[in-house]
Design a protein around this ligand. Structure first.
Ligand code: F6P
Length: 364
């Protein structure tokens, strides 16, 4: 049912991602156009707890010249206080004091959990996925992912130049938290010899050594191996073992936060604009406790709680610390559970296909 909003808040929370500013701009401009006042909440949920200067009214010109900027002009933080009842209560009080009657929260799964907690306390919220990891199972794409991958590709292309000159191998660790998407897609784009991700349960280190030995025997000078950071405490040791087992001199590089910065790509700017507008529309349609997902090119609203359960179902398949959500699934009908399982199977298939592409074209 359509709903009216007078003042909405916008925040960015969790790890920043290129394109967050483009989303802030889209939400602010479109919401003002639809007759609302927009308040920027600074440093994520912390700004909402602090109140005062933590929350400021935004005019359309306040979001001018930010579409091309990396980081987030609203700043970001991971706020532990917001996980406590007292912090949440304080945030709700600040909303009431200012008259904020809806919030759009840009970030990853932690941000959505916060949004959901606010919804349960009477403040309608809509999430927008902004994370380089692309690890939110229900959406095909998240803001920042494309830019981060382009940054990885640029960095690895440079590493390859020097590897070729010196006949070396370079193991490159890329971010992605528990998800291997950045590693998988960039490994294909840079023509890596091998990729190591948590999702690949059949991975064998010896197969990597063998490929490098065979490549070197055939005259190949450079080798790139991409490792997802989710494979914990692994990449640096792998570099040492490759050198030891193959005789190819091997360097190690961890790209870390370098891939979180920089100007967003065209694709991320477009996604941010589309998701920003969809989030405001969903709010006005009376939706809440949902986040914007891109599915087959369309913007759809997905229930946050359900998405969290689907995330757990999918990630429990390859992350020992994530337990299969048996109990949570009891809240859904058998047909819904089947749909959720089918969704996870689709993601598993996607990963298998990416692994196969990488493998099929990596032989020297
Ligand atoms: O979620 C984005 C991300 O960059 C992950 O890829 C990474 O594991 C994490 O955040 C790093 O967090 P922090 O910036 O707090 O070190």
């Amino acid at each position: 049912m359509a709903k009216e909003f007078k003042k909405i808040g916008i925040l960015t929370s969790g790890g920043d991602a290129p394109g967050m500013n483009a989303a802030v701009r889209a939400v602010t401009r479109y919401a003002i156009r639809r007759g609302m006042e927009v308040y920027g909440i600074y440093e994520g949920y912390k700004g909402l707890i602090d109140g005062g200067d933590g929350v400021k009214k935004l005019a359309p010109q306040d979001v001018a010249n930010i579409i091309e900027k990396g980081g987030t002009i609203l700043y970001s933080a991971r706020c532990l206080e917001f996980k406590e009842e007292a912090g949440l209560k304080r945030a709700v009080d600040v909303c009431h004091q200012i008259g904020i009657d809806g919030i759009i929260a840009i970030g990853g799964d932690g941000t959505f959990r916060g949004a959901s907690d606010l919804c349960k306390r009477g403040i309608p919220c809509i999430g927008i996925p902004g994370t380089i990891d692309n690890d939110i199972t229900c959406t095909d794409d998240s803001i920042g992912y494309d830019t981060a991958m382009n940054t990885v590709v640029e960095a690895v292309d440079r590493l390859r130049d020097t590897c070729e000159s010196h006949a070396r191998c370079n193991v490159v660790e890329v971010m992605g938290r528990n998800a291997g998407y950045i590693a998988l897609e960039t490994s294909i784009a840079v023509g890596a010899t091998a990729v190591v991700v948590k999702e690949d349960l059949n991975y064998k280190e010896e197969a990597v050594f063998e490929k490098i030995r065979a490549g070197r025997a055939a005259g190949k000078r450079n080798f790139i191996v991409i490792v997802a950071e989710g494979v914990e405490n692994y990449s640096e040791g792998l570099a040492a073992r490759i050198q030891e087992q193959t005789g190819v001199e091997t360097k190690f590089a961890r790209l870390a936060h370098i891939v979180r910065g920089g100007s967003p790509s065209l694709s991320d700017r477009l996604l941010a604009a589309r998701m920003g507008i969809a989030a405001v529309d969903f709010l006005l349609e009376g939706r809440e406790n949902v986040f914007v997902c891109e599915r087959d090119g369309k913007m759809v609203a997905t229930d946050i709680q359900k998405a969290i359960v689907i995330d757990k179902m999918y990630k429990s398949g390859f992350t020992p610390s994530v337990k299969y959500p048996e109990k949570e699934l009891a809240a859904y009908s058998p047909a819904e559970v089947e749909d959720m399982k089918a969704f996870c199977a689709m993601r598993e298939q996607e990963v298998k296909e990416l692994l196969a592409i990488s493998e099929n074209i990596s032989n020297y």
